[in-house]
Design a protein around this ligand. Sequence first.
Ligand code: AMP
Length: 444
Amino acid sequence: MTTAFYRRIEGTSDFHGPEAVRYDRIMAHAAEFFGRYGYRHVQTPVFETTELFARSIGDATDIVEKEMYTFQPGSESVTLRPEGTAAVVRAFLQNHWAATGGGQKFWYAGPFFRRERPQKGRLRQFHQLGAEAMGSGDPLLDAETVYMGLTLLSELGITRTLTRLNTIGCLAPGCRPQYRERLRQALSLDMEKYCPVCQKRFHRNLLRILDCKNPKCRELASHLPKSHECLCGACEAHFAVVREALTALGVDARLDATLVRGLDYYARTVFEFTHEALGAQDALGGGGRYDGLVKEIGGPDTPAIGLALGIERMMLALETVDGCACEPPLQIFGISLGDGPRRAMVGMLARLRQAGLSADMDYEGRSFKAQMRVANKRGALFCLILGEDELGRGEIVLKDMREGAEGQISLPLGDLMGALLGALRAAPAGAAKLSCPAAEGARP
Ligand code: AMP
């Protein structure tokens, strides 16, 4: 008889071990970190109406044109969320969070879905951490948002990042519309020299020609008018404050006229963080101001700014700096032989876990030797050994796994907890060392 294995869908990932440790570390740090900046956690569904994304991200963007997972289970077309901002804005409006007062700063984390061509660092289901600040058009908040993203990365140990900054102006006639027109005129002179994707974008999404990765297009685009040189007075003043504030915060942000971000809702400040070790998919995250979006999807005129960081890319970057990421060691492994001792061990482990210790045991009826092997494999710091003889004497053996036979003592069962906590306290240095088996060469 053959066994059929189901396979993971292309572009999705399974992870555990060091990758899960990195993921957990990022998530735990983010919750505490965003709190320091006054952001509150928000959760939204993983699917929303298709119209919400089409309207906010823009019909002519890559995401809406070809990357969304859209289905129609009933009368309404729904889409797995390809990004976080539109849903947070929808939730902000629908739940009247503006009226609840206080800081209107929200952070989120979770899975997102884009039907892209899978490759290293580019998945069809990936995870993002994001933050959205609603209600303020203050350029100082733009600087805070860039600084916040960069600081989160560096607190996690992700350094060697590059911060790119640009402004794409606003929708006032003398600002982006005028810039777009200048760009269109300049491009129309030699559009045939650009790649076929850019030629298509000339009609559908002009600004994206600027961030084409094709070297020939990049060279041609470097001679095009720059958005930061074609701003209205208000956008120019806004951007000047952003840049000054970033300098004052010690952020070295490189002005990059080709940075436009792919989504329609951006206005004024846009930024991106890249990491040198990530290869072709080097963007760790980015964001920008989206002052028109809340109104666009039915709310009042509300300036806003946000950022999103890709968790898998952060995990890849962390891999290049920390080499090993180890799960916390199991503190106690219970080895028992015989029915009575096994039952007694279950109760003992329950009490140890209540006391905050991590403990596990064999549930597969293995021999003593095999249970010791499992304890070793699991990196257990201590073993508790209980056989019929020990149980009869009212004792249990505690074995320090770093020692040989001399690392073994008998403890009275009645005072197990006190004696065990004492023994663990007496062995902190060894315990700390053992917490990283990959660094030491894992034990057999
Ligand atoms: P975006 O809003 O598209 O700039 O996405 C923000 C960040 O999410 C990117 O900089 C990446 O780090 C991450 N990201 C976006 N798309 C993917 C993907 N398909 N696979 C993995 N990470 C992604």
